[in-house]
Design a protein around this ligand. Structure first.
Ligand SMILES: Cc1cc2nc3c(=O)[nH]c(=O)nc-3n(C[C@H](O)[C@H](O)[C@H](O)COP(=O)(O)O)c2cc1C
Length: 381
């Protein structure tokens, strides 16, 4: 069972484990890739200490990439996050390492960059493009510059939240309808097979998840944080303004203070300063001090009830992949219905195997397939 996302990335299940600053490492990325998805290394992958030296940062990533290569021969990705305005001293050495270590996929976050995309293509690297603020305009630009896959992220996600407060249900069809031929993946709050199915119903062809993999056996997130997330649901999460826009966290001294400051009218800059950047994410989520640091997770936590291996998580998410596939194949069958006799066989196959479609889809499918159904019933009896 495969689809366009799987074919582009050379994977078995259309699931990407999104990069997460401090919280990914070779073990998690390789486990996801071994299980048929695409694992990713994020900033400071496998590290416990900070370095501000760009060369050292890139060399540390090189070591982690080599560990992934030792653990799996399956594809994986590395996060590329160019600084948008100003001097970007970190990206050039990181790109050199990515090219030298033959990383097969990049998860690129930021505004689409024609020059960089061309360079990725020259190195035979697949581009998964994700904007922090997805819009039809940046999706179309990414498509024009050659992105292989576009991720539509909704406000339900964990990590840095989009400025526009559009939930996953709103942003996925908006982006899917904006591009011409590039497959779209859904991100934000996806943690079980129902959300996976919904993503497909909304026009996505795969899912891009962070939080659910933080809760895996292989994840390096602190065990006490995993326990706290298991006990919580989305309603427990605190939301506050910061730089660039919003963040959310499980309650704790720092998160509670940030909410109070937000209510009292502190500026985003003041809130960002107090939040303490990713250093306090490391303290909260990697070191497990949920009072000094913060714990950023997505709305999908309501549906995470036990710690599973990355393989079990992918199996759970993709439980109905066959039917999701049929759902989009039904659309294709309609398009191809007039084009030749080979399609009849494909459509008959669909009729026999597909699960209920959306009512609109059902109506159209019924219209197109009713003569075939007659023939089919004739053949059956
Ligand atoms: C704690 C945390 C840190 C994150 N850090 C990064 C990052 O460094 N780079 C990036 O591209 N995305 C980052 N993300 C976003 C994820 O890659 C992914 O898009 C997001 O987690 C999807 O939403 P979900 O958590 O609801 O599954 C982060 C997410 C979380 C939860």
């Amino acid at each position: 069972m495969s689809n366009r996302i799987c074919e582009i990335l050379g994977i078995k299940k259309p699931v990407i484990q999104g990069p997460m600053v401090w919280l990914t490492d070779a073990k998690l990325a390789a486990a996801v890739s071994e299980a048929g998805g695409l694992g990713s290394l994020g900033p400071n992958a496998g590290q416990t200490s900070v370095t501000r030296d760009p060369g050292e940062t890139a060399e540390r990533m090189r070591q982690e990439i080599r560990k992934v290569h030792e653990l799996t021969n399956k594809p994986f990705s590395v996060n590329v996050l160019p600084v948008q305005n100003g001097d970007d001293i970190y990206t050039p050495p990181m790109l050199k390492v990515i090219y030298e270590e033959k990383v097969p996929v990049v998860t690129f976050v930021g505004e689409p960059d024609e020059k960089m995309f061309r360079e990725f293509k020259e190195h035979d690297i697949k581009i998964v493009y994700r904007s922090l603020n997805p819009t039809p305009e940046n999706a179309r630009l990414a498509e024009k510059f050659g992105a292989d896959i576009i991720v539509a992220t909704g406000f339900d996600e964990g990590g840095t939240l989009p400025d526009k407060v559009l939930g996953t249900f709103s942003i996925v069809p908006l982006i899917a309808d904006s591009v011409e031929h590039t497959p779209v993946m859904a991100a934000g709050g996806i943690a079980d097979h129902r959300a996976f199915n919904a993503a497909f119903a909304l026009g996505a062809e795969g899912v891009y998840c962070g939080t659910v993999f933080l809760m895996s056996k292989e994840s390096r997130m602190a065990e006490n944080v995993k326990e706290a997330v298991l006990k919580a649901n989305a309603q427990d999460l605190l939301l506050f303004r910061t730089i660039p826009a919003y963040y959310r966290s499980l309650p704790g001294d720092l998160a509670n203070t940030l909410v109070e400051m937000d209510k009292a009218g502190a500026t985003n800059a003041e809130l960002g300063k107090k939040m303490g950047g990713f250093a306090n994410l490391r303290i909260g989520m990697l070191e497990g001090d949920m009072d000094k640091g913060y714990v950023s997770v997505g709305h999908g936590i309501s549906h995470i009830n036990k710690i599973m291996s990355a393989k079990e998580i992918i199996g759970t998410l993709c439980r109905d992949f066959k039917n999701c596939k049929n759902r989009s194949a039904a659309g294709e069958a309609i398009i191809f219905s007039g084009t030749g006799s080979g399609c009849a066989e494909r459509m008959m196959n669909l009729l026999l195997t597909s699960k209920p479609l959306s009512s609109e889809m059902n109506r159209i499918t019924d219209m197109m397939l009713s003569p075939l159904r007659l023939r089919l019933s004739f053949l059956r009896y």
